[in-house]
Design a protein around this ligand. Structure first.
Ligand SMILES: O=C(O)c1ccc(O)c(O)c1
Ligand SMILES: [Mg+2]
Length: 626
């Protein structure tokens, strides 16, 4: 499809926006009037810039408060329209968006509205321009697409058509099914926006909290498929009013925007595959998402000194050092099925991450059947692949760059538990090393501390590139501000990430972020079968846990019916507890390493499917009282 984006969706000057949009591979733009009014140049000059970038101006917008106006105001608006038509001709914009009237003067008279829009369309037709009419969710008398379509039908002018915007329909919980009945050629333009479900005034919601398809909670694919069923073949455009996007570097926003359209097209293509033998438009067809089957390894970036400190830390956690890399200063540790790699190789990718972010996680390894297919999916979805230098007899592990610059490696399942490591490491499984196995089995989840403007980017990346599904978005209280937390996981729940964002500058998460530069792993949760046994072993190994207030356990007893012995065991061990209808979650947090990264030990019982987020405030308050 012809892919377009409204200039309001990005930060920067108009010229910077256009350059970012062109670099991300868009075909066209919706030009917001404010961007043109503040542009230092003529409409003709803008036309040249846009053309040089290989873009088109698909839509000029908005015209407001037009239909249903009393005669004097209507005449004045027509005059104004003529002046805007002059500009549109000069800049080469073929269509104007007229949104439904929000003025207190607007009359509830569809026949009048139709006659007035007819006149506007007639004037547009004289210059071979077109007018699209869009129902705003807060329009005074026209708020639904069905009402706007009735007016357009009644106006019956070839230069007047309907503009659809998923936000207005989905925010009002209006049924998009009727769109499929509208003749495709009378839908002149399509604007797609997603949004988180928020209980708030719809105008505020629309102007501040929209997001790209795939980042929010709306069934945008369902909406889009109705438009395609109608036979629409025009531009597919993004119109995102979002406070954070207004300040996010626009190159990143533009890539997110393109990724969201590619994802939307591919999802719609799958839904329509069965019913439409002959598609009318070309929808993006990427390789399918690779089914992931677990987190294989976590790689830490270190220098020589911090590698030593990490060595002590991970051995206290019960890991054994089981291998040295064949050609690099890289050490492998293992416990259960968990592999930790400490990479202190000078002049490596890891060292670059160490220099930029300090001791930190620089890569994750995820298992999947076909790593090359996983990389193909990722690059199709506009992620960059990463090729590390490979020494003799070493395996090439395909990798892609995650937002923020860490790597995701795809590890072939066929290699088995040891395959990758046998190839790249000289294994000494039986090497006598300090640190006793504590019963940690798998990587339960990896929690990232993200800057506010990285959350939506990550939600879309994990969804479109890795095939993970986002869970509920929660707000958790740190003593110094709020943390927003959202888990993302694959269908079989063998790969889980938790995306944490600090809404305050003063929380521990925010401070870690300012030290590490953001996008860093904030904690690593490892699971076990008996948390009391594992915690006792870890303590004996020298691991220190965050103490939990006695008051927490008193309160827990009032909330959840638990055997008194279990309560007392938890209190004695400092173990936290959460219960959902599906199952229970017992967990405990270690103290931080170098004031940043820490570990969580977790035991899942039954089909518990969350992360004990309700207990995070207990941890954060305890850390703050240290
Ligand atoms: O918020 C608005 O005014 C506005 C303007 C134009 C649009 O296309 C829209 O969806 C909203
Ligand atoms: Mg709109």
């Amino acid at each position: 499809m012809h892919r377009s984006i409204a200039t309001v969706s990005l930060s920067g000057t108009l010229r910077q926006k256009l350059e970012a949009v062109a670099a991300a591979g868009f075909d066209g733009i919706e030009l917001f009037e404010a961007d043109f009014i503040n542009f230092k140049g003529t409409a003709t000059e803008l036309r040249g810039i846009v053309a040089d970038l290989g873009l088109s101006i698909d839509l000029y917008q908005p015209f407001r408060d037009f239909e249903g106006m009393p005669e004097p105001q209507f005449r004045r608006s027509l005059e104004r329209a003529e002046r805007k038509f002059d500009l549109m001709e000069a800049m080469g914009a073929p269509m104007v968006l007229c949104c439904s009237n929000t003025s207190p003067l607007a009359m509830d008279d569809p026949a009048l509205a139709a006659a007035q829009l007819h006149e506007l369309a007639e004037r547009a037709a004289r210059r071979n321009l077109r007018v699209g009419f869009e129902a705003l969710a807060w329009g005074r008398h026209t708020s639904l697409y069905g009402q706007a379509w009735d007016i357009v039908k009644q106006a019956d002018h070839p230069h007047l058509g309907l503009i659809l915007d998923s936000f207005h329909t989905l925010s009002l919980k209006d049924d998009p099914a009727g769109i499929a009945e509208i003749p495709g050629e009378k839908i002149f333009f399509l604007q797609m926006a997603d949004a988180p479900l928020l209980a708030m005034d719809v105008l505020q919601w629309a102007r501040h909290h929209r997001s790209f398809p795939g980042q929010g909670d709306f069934d945008v694919t369902g909406f889009f498929t109705q438009v395609l069923r109608a036979g629409y073949t025009g531009p597919l455009s993004l119109e995102i009013f979002n406070d954070i996007f207004r300040e996010t570097p626009n190159r990143r926003t533009a890539v997110d925007a393109m990724r969201s359209l590619l994802y939307l097209e591919s999802e719609a293509r799958q839904r329509l595959a069965a019913e439409q033998p002959q598609q009318r438009v070309e929808l993006f067809n990427p390789p399918p998402v690779a089914a992931l089957s677990g987190l294989s390894f976590i790689e830490f970036a270190a220098d020589e000194a911090s590698a030593l400190a990490l060595d002590t830390l991970v051995r206290q956690l019960g890991f054994r050092r089981i291998g040295k890399h064949r050609s690099k200063a890289v050490t492998l540790y293992r416990q259960g099925e968990i592999n930790f790699i400490v990479n202190a190789q000078p002049d490596s990718f890891a060292r670059g991450r160490f220099e930029a972010h300090g001791t930190s996680v620089c890569a994750l390894g995820v298992r999947c059947a076909d790593p090359l297919a996983a990389v193909e999916r990722a690059t199709a979805m506009r992620s960059k692949r990463h090729d590390s230098p490979v020494g003799p007899n070493e395996l090439r592990v395909p990798a892609v760059v995650a937002p923020g610059g860490n790597l995701i490696h795809f590890v072939a399942e066929s290699l088995g538990a040891n395959g990758l490591y046998e190839a790249d490491f000289i294994l000494e499984e039986d090497a006598p090393t300090a640190g006793n196995d504590a019963g940690l089995q798998q990587i339960d989840h990896v929690a990232l501390g993200l800057a506010l403007d990285q959350l939506d980017t990550w939600v879309l990346f994990t969804r479109a590139v890795l095939g993970l599904e986002p869970g509920e978005s929660l707000e958790l209280a740190d003593p110094f501000g709020l943390i927003r937390s959202r888990g993302v996981a694959n269908a079989e729940r063998s790969v889980r990430l938790v995306l944490n964002v600090s809404l305050s500058q003063r929380t521990r998460t925010a401070r870690t972020l300012s030290v590490t530069g953001g996008g860093a792993v904030h904690h690593i949760a490892l699971n076990c079968e008996d948390i009391f046994e594992t915690a006792a072993k870890l303590r004996a190994n020298g691991t220190r846990f965050v103490p939990i207030s006695d008051n927490y356990y008193d309160d827990l007893a009032t909330r959840i019916d638990l055997a008194p012995e279990l309560q007392e065991r938890m209190r004695a061990a400092g173990v936290l507890f959460d219960r959902s209808p599906a199952g229970d979650y017992l967990h405990i947090y270690t103290e931080s390493f170098e004031g940043g990264l820490f570990f969580e030990v977790a035991q899942r019982i039954g089909a518990y499917d969350a992360y004990g987020a309700l207990n995070a405030p207990a941890r954060m308050a305890s850390q703050a009282q240290d």
